[in-house]
Design a protein around this ligand. Sequence first.
Ligand code: AP5
Ligand code: MG
Length: 215
Amino acid sequence: MRLVFMGPPGAGKGTQAKRLAAAYGLRHISTGDLIRAAIQNETPLGQKAKPYLEAGQLVPDELVWELARAALAERHYDHFVLDGFPRTVQQAEWLDELLRQVGRPLQVVLNLIVPDELIIKRLSRRRVHKITGENYHLDFNPPPPDVDPSLIIQRPDDRPEAIRQRLEVYRATHEPLEQYYRACGLLVDVDGVGSMDEVSARIQAVLKAQGVLTA
Ligand code: AP5
Ligand code: MG
């Protein structure tokens, strides 16, 4: 399976991509998670990416491409669910060319649609585990009681001004990307409002309708 999740910050890309990856043995590739790991490990790439990520701006393509290429190569450019990549038409063209060279084109691009007021609700109450990167939500998916509370933190880009900046970046880049994938016949809109289980069920239905999932 070769899938992409796109959608605004807080749409549930990570939540749903992880569920699909666990259910079907896919590699979940979140460029955001890969960048955060590089920052945490203080690699040269992480040091270059840090100011962009913290300000809610896009990290330069060359850095993101390096991470995406390595992650895709691990499973021979197949059995992956991309989350938050591509984010621009330039990144989409790069990915198409890479997958064309290996003869494994994308199958579906899932476009999660969530209104702004819900995005703010989801992001302002999100918490993450400092070491594992596990995502929680204080109301909908709280950290289990056995997790050390001092390890539960807020992402630096979940501060209100960084959320605003991320939404602006999303609005400026999303439409051309959406048009690009619609023109390729790959884009399917998915309503991202509702419980995590409801959204998962919609995604499964789409993948079945597209012939990507058979069971
Ligand atoms: P990234 O980490 O990808 O952030 P994002 O796109 O802003 O998306 P989020 O991770 O905030 O949200 P999500 O859609 O994954 O939602 P989640 O499932 O967590 O990127 C961060 C930064 O890295 C970028 O700003 C940029 O700087 C850089 N970057 C990354 N990729 C790049 C690229 N390709 N090019 C350049 N730069 C790049 O859900 C959110 C919350 O809601 C959670 O608390 C969750 O528990 C909860 N939740 C989820 N679904 C539901 C539901 N159905 N009901 C109730 N709560 C829910
Ligand atoms: Mg995410």
